[in-house]
Design a protein around this ligand. Structure first.
Ligand code: DC
Length: 335
């Protein structure tokens, strides 16, 4: 059996705040520890005596954790204690090395285990950044945030609503009621657009070029960047994109910039897409990659660019394992 600890804080004693904070705490604990819900034996909460509006156990049940016994208790009022704090202890059937989760104001309780790491991996399409980011996040048991998926979802929204992609004002207008959610299921990112899981659909080739175009529009970028910073601020994660090291998180702990020859990148994309059953022309794919590079590198706001302090890795003639080993070596050197 394993016992996982965690805590979070709320901004005010209010039922919605409690429900949101409890859901976030449990979801992140599950995701960081790669738990299946049926492995949870029991969840015990305690909350500080200034919380009266809602039982954390009830919030947990409503958030989908109803399969195991839940219990909440109130803590004594201790002078100097962290206010508005909810603590949790999760009993899990399997034996694992627990990743305790301290969020929001509760991070200050356990600086030793709550230190957050943000790793930026930027580069052009096909440079291997998403493969690396995924593998690295898995090996460090932290979250992987695919920021390209967010721009792809914006592009898909424009395509679905038959908005003219080249018309900036029309695209911005169509983004006004964008309901974009990033969720994690068994540690895998799911992109939810207007309530629908579009994780697969956004990989379609027509979405790629459209994503490159809509991501040029500052209003679209700023909206996505805000979401990305919000996620990175709360938890350790590896983010891949074009502008993570230069614009989204200039203070990231580690920065990498991956690159590769256009023909190698086109071949990788070709292999990836044909394996998924898409019919694509290899030469056309290479032309599109070059066009996308130009467009992504020449936009005014936060273009594709290596941050001065990013480690540059040319992956043209490297295997996935070699690149991953190099990235890990660089991280190890600095830690
Ligand atoms: O990484 P990707 O191929 O899924 O990204 C799709 C497009 O989204 C890419 O051509 C440019 C844009 N993008 C961006 O502008 N900034 C990011 N951080 C990630 C992607």
């Amino acid at each position: 059996m394993t016992v996982i600890r965690g805590a979070t804080t709320i901004a005010r004693d209010d039922a919605e705040e409690i429900k949101g904070a409890v859901k976030e705490l449990l979801d992140q604990t599950v995701s960081r520890n790669t738990l299946h819900l049926d492995e949870i034996l029991s969840i015990v909460f305690s909350s500080t005596s200034d919380i009266h509006s809602y039982y954390p156990a009830k919030a947990a049940r409503e958030a989908g954790y109803a399969m195991s016994p839940l219990f909440s208790a109130q803590e004594p009022d201790i002078d100097g204690g962290l206010p508005l704090c909810i603590r949790v202890m999760i009993f899990v059937e399997k034996n694992i090395t627990p990743h305790h989760v301290y969020l929001r104001g509760a991070r200050t309780l356990r600086k030793d285990i709550a230190s957050k790491i943000n790793i930026a991996i930027d580069g052009p399409a096909g440079s291997g950044k998403s493969t690396m980011a995924k593998a690295l996040a898995k090996s460090m048991n932290i979250l992987y945030l695919d920021t390209g998926a967010m721009y792809r979802a914006c592009a898909l929204k424009a395509i679905k609503t038959k908005t003219d992609i080249s018309d900036e004002a029309a695209v911005i207008d169509c983004m006004r009621d964008l309901a974009l959610e990033i969720k994690y299921e068994d540690g895998v990112q799911k992109t939810i657009l207007d309530g629908e899981d579009v994780s697969e659909r956004i990989r379609e080739p027509e979405v790629s070029m459209a994503a490159s175009t809509v991501s040029q529009y500052p209003a679209v970028r700023l909206k996505m960047v805000e979401k990305q910073r919000e996620i990175a601020d709360k938890m350790s994660c590896v983010l891949d994109g074009r502008d993570i090291g230069t614009f989204v998180l200039p203070e990231a702990d580690f920065k990498f910039f991956l690159t590769a020859d256009a023909s190698v990148r086109a071949q990788r994309r070709y292999d990836e897409l044909t394996a998924k059953g898409f019919q694509v022309d290899r030469e056309e794919l290479e032309r599109e990659i070059v066009r996308r590079d130009e467009q992504d590198s020449s936009r005014a706001l936060a273009p594709l660019k290596r941050a001065e302090d990013a480690v540059l890795i040319d992956t043209s003639s490297m295997t996935i394992d070699e690149v991953l080993a190099e990235i890990k070596r660089k991280i190890q050197e600095k830690i």
